[in-house]
Design a protein around this ligand. Structure first.
Ligand SMILES: Nc1ncnc2c1ncn2[C@@H]1O[C@H](COP(=O)(O)OP(=O)(O)O)[C@@H](O)[C@H]1O
Ligand SMILES: Nc1ccn([C@H]2C[C@H](O)[C@@H](COP(=O)(O)OP(=O)(O)O)O2)c(=O)n1
Length: 256
């Protein structure tokens, strides 16, 4: 099966060695935003665009797909609620974390080791990897409504989406599952104990994931909030109760 990950350019090849060898331009993507002349990232974009041109059969249809970003702390219940939304409304659920874990486990993946290092350390994988996985999954789904779960999770994610996907999609709103830290921790540890098999559902990784969430993800939620695009949901009640609120938001926004 063709995978968009094959479109990740040569400039990312060296990422395969893990976090320690990340080229500087990917560790400080803010630098890129302030200086569009930094050439490796620019080369990436031009390579990426060429790759798109030679694969017309994977282009999306002319109507722009609708996208809802789903954000919240680790264990807030994003995945649980996304499953319920899929059952009730015609959405395709794309979890950035699931796509990354799948790519990590894919035989022959160049990025498996890199992804594992990032996930275990509670860090956010460079957007070139994640956004390509998301775009590929969108193209292959044949659907026109997407829940993009766990993305954009930092400034690098948001910038990458804006470069690669924002013109091709219509972002509807951000569904934000607001959940206290201690509840999130309890849920993740519970998920680990009930056999999630995730290498990051343990206290050591969780501390780092929460730090990343507070430092890197909350400012993104704040950014969308200032733009009037956030639908905040109290994620602390039981899952069915939370879904009542979620359903209300989707109905109020014209989804049937
Ligand atoms: N509202 C809820 N109340 C109690 N437990 C929940 C609730 N929502 C989810 N969970 C449980 O918490 C854990 C994390 O939920 P999950 O949906 O995987 O979170 P996320 O995708 O945000 O990391 C799972 O074990 C799930 O069954
Ligand atoms: N946009 C994203 C989403 C997830 N990841 C990585 C880093 C995250 O800690 C893990 C797990 O994310 P996932 O959304 O599956 O799980 P939690 O919300 O943390 O419970 O995946 C990423 O690097 N970039």
């Amino acid at each position: 099966m063709w995978r968009a990950i094959t479109r990740i350019p040569k400039t990312l090849d060296s990422l395969g060695q893990g976090v320690a060898v990340l080229p500087q331009q990917f560790q400080h993507s803010q630098l890129y935003n302030n200086n569009h002349n930094i050439c490796s990232k620019t080369n990436y974009l031009s390579l990426h665009n060429q790759a798109s041109l030679i694969r017309p059969k994977y282009r999306m249809s002319s109507a722009k797909p609708k996208v809802v970003f789903v954000l919240g702390g680790p264990g807030a219940g994003k995945g649980t609620q996304c499953s319920k939304i899929v059952e009730r409304f015609q959405f395709e659920h794309l979890s950035a974390g699931d796509l990354l874990r799948e790519e990590r486990s894919r035989e022959g993946s160049e990025y498996g080791q890199l992804i594992e290092e990032y996930i275990r350390n509670g860090k956010i994988v460079p957007v070139e990897v994640t956004c390509s996985l998301l775009e590929n999954a969108m193209k292959n789904s044949g659907k026109s409504r997407f829940l993009i779960d766990g993305f954009p999770r930092n400034q690098d994610n948001l910038d990458g989406w804006n470069r690669q996907m924002s013109d091709k999609t219509e972002m509807q709103f951000v569904l934000f599952f607001d959940c206290a830290e201690d509840v999130c921790v309890k849920r993740c540890l519970g998920r680990g104990q009930s056999g999630s098999g995730r290498s990051d559902d343990n206290m050591e990784s969780l501390k780092k994931r929460i730090q990343t969430y507070n430092n890197d993800s909350l400012p993104i939620i704040k950014y969308f909030e200032n733009a009037g695009q956030v639908k905040r949901i109290d994620a602390s009640p039981d899952a069915d109760k939370v879904f009542q609120e979620v359903e209300r938001v989707f109905l109020a926004n014209g989804f049937q």
